[in-house]
Design a protein around this ligand. Structure first.
Ligand code: AMO
Length: 439
């Protein structure tokens, strides 16, 4: 097996080679996708990130040393190939490569732990156990190409709207979203936690005068339950903006979701085709459904729900059957939302919190925040938490805190809505759930 020498560099990706390159010398790098040895002629399909190309070796007409190398190839080995492009009606892209030199960089052991050519379907656990092989499938890599486009669009969107990208700590001293979902860790002689959300920090950035910030980062949730939409480590797209209310930031979320869908639809055509997804661009404002009305609708479907309860899975499903696409759920009861959520001034049992749903899946939640120091202290205490444990957060409210609002959008869940996938594990490279910490 060979090392990469300086005279071997890719000249083309496979998808860049077509009839126009006929008679050209090319160098490609990739994996052996398939081998068909017909005796007098050997066909090898070579795969790189975005496509396939056929190597054709007529055994009598090529250099014997090259033929030796072709015969050594095994499925999924990594090779470099120099050769001449020829037109070929039967091959993918209408071209084949007649090899002049082959470098075998890494031979793959056989049998493979799973088949990366999509011919044999494997269970999700088998796939995740050999995720590096699973990710070689175009149906799987397409998910991550779409995710990459989504994240890129999110950054572009925020930058063009005057937001600053920030990075806040993930090793933290206290809970933000509720105490039970925390992962405790040993931090020298103290107990600390993995951050559930950048919530407190993004709010402190408002006091810092940063005006509009966003962060794309890991959140850690010690979710006990094993569902198709919860992981213990997820990516959250968070934003916070000063001098804005819940309606203002819902508009930002609405615009962002639309822009992502437009870009994915335009730039990920191949990937959407591979995934058999016909992405629809939602037009205008997403529907706004008040919590009160949602409760009535859910009850009308014989799913019992009391006012003041969070949505059970059955309730989400019932609602998802009645609502199509993306919609906001607003005016949530204050009681079931975190301490930082602003109660309605006239009717304080209701709040300025909202969720963005896609059918039966919650993909984002946000709110106008409490920016008044005394009220915030009270609300922390009401939740049974000790305000003194929030000292450095509360301090930022005592010396000039603007009114502000924001939201957190689950990147993995959002990606599920773009790719039509039911299981969040599919949309995360190396998912972390109740049973899985490797690879
Ligand atoms: P929340 O807890 O609703 O709100 O989280 C925001 C969004 O993050 C995603 N999410 C998850 N995704 C996968 N697995 C999980 N265990 C998981 N938990 C959350 C969801 C969810 O809608 N601080 C607030 C946001 C804010 O008000 O700005 C918060 O964290 O898509």
């Amino acid at each position: 097996m060979t090392r990469l020498s300086s005279d071997w560099r890719r000249s083309h990706y496979t998808k860049e080679i077509n009839e126009n390159n006929a008679d050209e010398e090319v160098t490609i790098m990739g994996w052996v996708h398939e081998i068909r040895d017909l005796g007098g002629i050997i066909f090898v399909l070579i795969r790189d990130r975005d496509g396939l190309i056929q190597l054709t070796a007529p055994t009598k007409h090529i250099d014997p040393e090259v033929l030796e190398d072709v015969k050594k190839l095994r499925k999924e080995s990594v090779i470099g190939l120099k050769g001449t492009v020829q037109e070929s009606g039967k091959a993918p892209n209408g071209v084949e490569i007649i090899p002049t030199e082959i470098k075998i960089f890494s031979l793959a052991n056989q049998p493979l732990p799973m088949d990366p050519t999509e011919k044999v379907k494997a269970e999700i656990d088998t796939r995740l156990d050999s995720r590096f092989l699973d990710l070689r499938k175009s149906s799987v890599s397409s998910i991550f190409k779409i995710k990459s486009k989504m994240l890129h669009t999110v950054r572009e969107f925020f930058e063009k709207n005057g937001f600053l990208e920030v990075n806040t700590p993930k090793l933290v001293a206290s809970a933000t979203e509720g105490g039970t979902e925390l992962f405790p860790i040993t931090y020298f002689e103290k107990e600390a936690f993995l951050g559930q959300s950048p919530q407190l920090y993004k709010q402190m950035m408002m006091s810092a005068g940063f005006d509009k910030v966003y962060e794309i980062a890991q959140i850690f949730r010690a979710e006990e339950h094993d569902t198709l939409r919860h992981l213990n480590e997820a990516i959250s797209i968070d934003m916070e903006a000063s001098f804005m209310d819940d309606v203002d930031v819902m508009k930002i979320l609405n615009d962002l979701v639309q822009e992502v869908i437009i870009n994915v639809k335009q730039d990920c055509k191949e990937e959407l085709k591979t995934l058999e997804v016909d992405l629809e661009i939602p037009e205008g404002h997403f529907e706004v459904l008040k919590y009160d009305d949602a409760v009535d609708m859910i009850n009308s479907k014989d799913v019992p729900m009391e006012w003041g309860e969070d949505l059970s899975r059955a309730a989400e499903k019932a609602l998802g059957d009645m609502m199509d696409g993306y919609y906001f759920l607003t005016e949530w009861p204050t009681e079931i939302k975190p301490f930082y959520v602003m109660p309605n001034e006239k009717d304080p049992i209701k709040s300025h919190a909202f969720d963005l749903m896609y059918k039966n899946l919650e993909i984002s939640s946000g709110a106008m925040r409490v920016h008044q120091h005394e009220l915030l202290r009270e609300k922390i205490a009401e939740k049974g938490l000790n305000p003194d444990a929030f000292g450095s957060y509360l301090k930022s409210f005592e010396y000039g805190m603007p009114p502000h609002s924001g939201w957190g959008l689950g990147a993995d869940r959002f990606n599920m809505t773009l790719t039509g996938l039911e299981n969040i594990r599919e949309t995360v490279l190396f998912p972390r759930d109740r049973r899985r910490l490797t690879p």
